[in-house]
Design a protein around this ligand. Sequence first.
Ligand SMILES: Nc1ncnc2c1ncn2[C@@H]1O[C@H](COP(=O)(O)OP(=O)(O)OP(=O)(O)O)[C@@H](O)[C@H]1O
Length: 361
Amino acid sequence: MARIHLDRIRHAYTPELARAGTYALREVDHVFEDGGAYALLGPSGCGKTTLLNIISGLLTSSEGTIRFGDRDVTTLSPEDRNIAQVFQFPVIYDTMTVAENLAFPLKNRGVARAEIERRVSDMLRRLGLEAKAKRKAQGLTADEKQKISLGRGLVRSDVAAILFDEPLTVIDPHMKWQLRSELKALHRQFGMTMVYVTHDQTEALTFAEKVVVMTEGQVVQIGTPEELFERPRHTFVGYFIGSPGMNVIPCKLEGGEAVVSGARVPLPAGIANAGGAARTELGIRPEFVQLVPRGSGIPVRIDRVEDVGSERIVRADLGGQRIVSVVPEGEALPAEADVAFDARALNLYADSWLVETEARR
Ligand SMILES: Nc1ncnc2c1ncn2[C@@H]1O[C@H](COP(=O)(O)OP(=O)(O)OP(=O)(O)O)[C@@H](O)[C@H]1O
């Protein structure tokens, strides 16, 4: 296992794109700690696969250095980096049995026969494939084949890291949860460095200890699920994580208060200077937007109320700006409502980046 250090990595797919300043990765400077479980999360085209392929060696970055531990691997092939990879679609040998497929990476590395048998039978059990161990892979479902792909990555204990590129795409929805839990259990047991690419926030938040949120070729925040939820460093993280996402409300700053649609909103104590930003916004999760009787907050017009079981999602208009509130089941909605913000959950953003308060620095 290894610590992976990405040192000022940038990537453009062609020299022409680089000259035009069109980078698929704008700059990534980050350390994946040895034994950590990370998810790269972001919308389609944000650069997740590009970053993963630079880590694996399928792609050489146009700028920067990548080190596994103290070793510079920037120009090494995937084989020489000694990593295991699991792709979106199964990569297995159809003519081999399930057990032979799992044993293959170990045989290749000269692992002793008894050890191979032990690890293969453990993996068969974890993947729920014991009954099919002696079946040829050919006739299996896409689900089962992908489980074998996962198993082939996970049986090896000598790898620097295991990289997953949307590995559960072909897996049946009700199996996804089980496989994710199994991956977590394997991570806990063996402590391998795992990097997992996904555009699905549930998958990222349940799998990873640290989630790397990307947009437009840039890492905007690396944090635990709690950190991403409570203190989004960038407005993109706020509305990408959580459902519905964080409200981002344009505001003006005046004498330590935010002015929203003519109303004054006190800011948390000690908020730092927004530093002459061109754009300032308040960020607040819908769970912390309260609907209060008219006259006690900022006036809104309620447009729509959706009942989603344990809570109601209320969509309203605040001076031309859409605002969402989540109201727990059983809580009455005022006939004429204003909104009030829970000050503890209020964040200020300057040009999309979180303004740190003195207390939180
Ligand atoms: N081989 C390539 N040549 C030129 N541009 C590419 C190539 N591969 C990807 N790109 C571009 O690089 C950017 C990042 O793509 P990348 O595949 O890394 O994103 P992603 O987040 O993994 O998206 P997805 O979830 O759709 O796979 C995109 O703008 C994409 O169009």
